[in-house]
Design a binder for this molecule. Structure first.
Ligand code: UDP
Length: 360
């Protein structure tokens, strides 16, 4: 039994990281977070998203601007604090960009993860929750996907970095039983915290469906391009498993409890809603819930896309005691609240704090 009190969160200012920090604080953990702001908004060396998380929860977060490639700074942070567990979100995540700049992705994601493991081991911190992805499964051989579906036949560099890191974790755990690791394979995280104060604020190279729906709904883009109307799905558009980001965040809290209760060594869980939703169903639900029209055009398939992907989450239900609770209606409602309250994301609207200080 290992009592986890203080959690070190890499990529804590990002979309999933910030929602997860909120859930951790509400569950009573202390959080020290880092981010290099490659995918999140920096305001005067502070994290705009985490300032708001502090506002929502009334709790403090110690934050450092830090890049995992800077192993010295990472080591300094581990010297300053005693961590019981690490949740590792920090990574570059654009599929298209990863194909164009593979070395940058391998260096940032894989070397970053290796630096983190090195520093953790040097400081005798062996408990880790890793942010993996359903992209490790490649083209599904069967649906819904269970954790024992073959992995590694990945179609892009971003997905390969997640797959390689899972392999590195497996080898590390095999080499030293002190490691206690849970890898969470996310399906499609969407939505926002119900306060409307935090949400996804993609800074560059985004290509996901929900931010594009936002652009059209906010009148910043005339139509949504739907990629492919000829898939073997009931309405011809692609099917995905969309999971509310707060459900995902709660999945991390459940993973921490699992790490606490027993030596996991290495366990892998799918985190999804378990429901397949087509692009057209998504757009329809968004329009019904918000009353905002999203004009669209059906275009050619996007290169590298697959027709259908959705999860079987029985393992997370039975072993973590976790299931997704939010509906697609909740996702659209919470997402639209965030978008309408913050049409320009975090820019220009944050309470600031200084580097290494607490956010208030
Ligand atoms: N999609 C779309 N238009 C867009 C962005 C995405 O039709 O502007 C479709 C995409 O083809 C897929 C689904 O929406 O069927 C989810 O795409 P996303 O990029 O969000 O997730 P991923 O494909 O990585 O699962």
């Amino acid at each position: 039994m290992t009592n986890i009190k203080t959690v070190f969160v890499t990529g804590g200012a990002g979309y999933i990281g910030s929602h997860c920090v909120l859930s951790l604080l509400e569950a009573g953990y202390n959080v020290v977070a880092i981010d290099n702001f490659v995918n999140s908004v920096e305001q005067q060396e502070s994290a705009a998203s985490l300032d708001r998380v502090s506002r929502i929860t009334g709790k403090k977060i110690i934050f450092y601007k830090c890049d995992l490639l800077d192993i010295q700074q990472l080591d300094d942070i581990f010297n300053k604090h005693q961590f019981d567990c690490v949740i590792h979100f920090a990574a570059m995540k654009s599929v298209g960009e990863s194909i164009k700049q593979p070395l940058m992705y391998y260096k940032n994601n894989i070397v970053g993860a290796m630096n983190l493991l090195d520093v953790m081991a040097a400081h005798e911190c062996y408990q880790l929750v890793f942010s993996s992805s359903c992209t490790v499964y490649g083209n599904p051989i069967f649906l819904p996907i269970t954790e024992d579906h073959p992995i590694g036949n990945v179609t892009n560099v971003y997905g390969r970095t997640k797959y390689f890191i899972e392999e590195i974790l497996k080898d590390s755990v095999n080499s030293d039983p002190k490691w206690n690791v849970i890898s969470l394979r996310y399906f499609n995280p969407v939505g926002a915290h119900s306060s409307g104060l935090i949400g996804e604020d993609p800074t560059k190279n985004f290509s996901n469906l929900m931010p594009y729906i936002a652009l059209v709904a906010l009148g910043k883009k005339p139509t949504l391009s739907i990629f492919g109307g000829d898939y073997e799905t009931p309405d011809g558009t692609g099917i995905r498993d969309y999971i509310h980001v707060m459900d995902l965040a709660e999945g991390h809290v459940a993973a921490l409890k699992k790490l606490q209760s027993k030596q996991s060594h290495l366990e892998v869980f799918n985190l999804g809603s378990g429901q397949g939703t087509s692009v057209l169903e998504f757009v329809q639900t968004f329009e019904n819930v918000t009353g905002v029209k999203v004009p669209y055009i059906i275009e050619a398939r996007r290169e590298g896309d697959i027709g259908s992907m959705y999860a079987n989450c029985d393992l997370a239900r039975t072993k973590l005691g976790w299931t997704a609770k939010y509906t697609l209606d909740d996702i659209c409602r919470d997402f639209w609240r965030w978008q309408s309250l913050n049409p320009n994301g975090y820019k220009g609207n944050s309470i600031t704090s200084t580097n290494g200080d607490t956010c208030h």
